[in-house]
Write a protein that binds this ligand. Structure first.
Ligand code: NDP
Length: 288
């Protein structure tokens, strides 16, 4: 009964709630976007370009970034640059932020989205891999944000951090990945408090995504996860909208919010495990 009532209230609010997102507010906004060469990051680049933003893209593959940049220009980006960088190198994050400041003269949005290749398999004891993934998925986010805080404070800007359902509720086959996403939640949710206590007007938006139909996610989960995949372009728009509205958290698809609340109140491991195939064992390929 409680579930039905909650679903009814959410449905009612969804029908009568007017979307206050105004894409025109992003015209001329200065954005640094990571993981921009593929998947959700690439789709975010195209949305920001359509809205007339000034963008710096980063990821490792230069040739792919070049192609994304050209498409962004055709879509209407006011200014666009790219910088190839490998976030497993602790020196790269600061370099990337300095490049963006030099090219755009400041930042209004820092969108942290990249991830290192993730093994979708049972824990195999590889501590060194977990350390590496922590550097790519967590420490580089901390370094990028730290380098950008002064300009974001000056411009009353926004930090947008892309996370996952597995950063709220642990799921099988994602030990190291899940740890990096929980770490992001802990760090950036605490930072949000501190910024507010110091009366610094920087918003921190944590985005909790379910399965999205990016190439890497579909390839790695095929036959192993029984969940519907949502479109990457829609996920990208939900993230951008949440950042622009300075929301604390974005859940995409929306029903994940209910799943997270119920998962915390009534943990039920067998129910959760029923969405995963026991064959998600060693040899599985990357998953975001
Ligand atoms: P993709 O695998 O499609 O893209 C990952 C991006 O990160 C690419 O641009 C890649 O570019 C870049 N990247 C990879 N390694 C590095 C590195 N060492 N240094 C710098 N950049 C790197 O990921 P998705 O689009 O699927 O995921 C995007 C975000 O959404 C992630 O934070 C992920 O956790 C989250 N998410 C995704 C879900 C999904 O189902 N797709 C589900 C839940 C959350 P390059 O190879 O050129 O470096």
């Amino acid at each position: 009964k409680v579930l039905c009532a909650t679903a009814f209230v959410i449905g009612f609010l969804a029908v009568f709630w007017k979307d206050s997102f105004k894409p025109e507010t992003l015209s001329g906004a200065r954005v640094l976007l990571t993981g921009a060469s593929a998947g959700i990051g690439e789709q975010m680049a195209y949305h920001y370009a359509r809205f007339g933003a000034e963008i710096v893209l980063t990821a490792r593959r230069e040739a792919v970034l070049q192609k994304v940049m050209e498409k962004c220009l055709a879509l209407g980006a006011k200014k666009i640059f790219y910088i190839p960088a490998d976030m497993s190198n602790p020196l790269e994050p600061e370099k990337v932020v300095h490049f963006a400041l030099q090219k755009l003269g400041g930042l209004d949005y820092l969108v942290l989205n990249h991830i290192g290749t993730t093994r979708f398999q049972m824990w195999d004891g590889d501590v060194e891999y977990t350390r590496w993934l922590m550097q790519v998925n967590f420490f580089s986010y901390v370094s990028l944000a730290t380098a950008a805080l002064p300009t974001l404070e000056k411009n009353q800007g926004s930090l947008v951090v892309v996370s996952s359902l597995t950063g709220k509720i642990p799921t099988p086959f994602t030990t190291s990945y899940s740890a990096t996403k929980f770490a992001l939640d802990g760090f950036f949710s605490s930072l949000r408090h501190e910024l507010s206590m110091q009366k610094k007007n920087i918003s921190v938006t944590l985005c909790i995504l379910g399965l999205i139909d990016t190439k890497s996610a579909l390839e790695s989960t095929r036959g192993k996860v029984y969940l519907p995949a949502s479109p990457a372009a829609d996920a990208a728009l939900a993230i951008i909208r949440g950042g622009a509205l300075r929301m604390r958290e974005v859940f995409y698809p929306g029903w994940l919010h209910l799943v997270c609340c119920l998962g915390v109140l009534f943990p039920c491991d067998p129910a959760l495990q029923s969405f995963y195939s026991p064959q998600g064992g060693p040899g599985s390929s990357p998953i975001p």
